[in-house]
Design a protein around this ligand. Sequence first.
Ligand SMILES: [Zn+2]
Length: 140
Amino acid sequence: MNCPECGAADDLCKSRFDEFLALEFSDMGYGAVHNLTVATYMLQHSSKLTREGWLHERNLLKEFLIDNKPPAFIRKQNKDIVDSGKRKFKIKSRDGLPVINKSTWTKTILDVRTESAEVYCADVTVWARSVLEDAETIKI
Ligand SMILES: [Zn+2]
């Protein structure tokens, strides 16, 4: 069965995501795009997010990709929002229901190759850009 949210074949997106996180934590070359991997995957799997959380992730992705803000800067800027004590809204979904109605995307996590850190970072960026483009057309 294909993933009902991102459309990945045989529901392989979840295991691929877990593999990528392990790779990113064990090798700094791969870890360079960690912020992109997480935000992009979350945008495609909106059942993990609240509506406000989804909009927050989309905005993060835009800041990384379009405004070219470095991750450290965004982390600092978002500290108040993301510190769960101070945050004004919930990011993680409670009901597990998707907040967007979309299951066809230009690219999925399965399009990302891992043979080297260089290839990996380039592919994650291409995947993230295409998801941001798709996501920007969604009204929620
Ligand atoms: Zn999926």
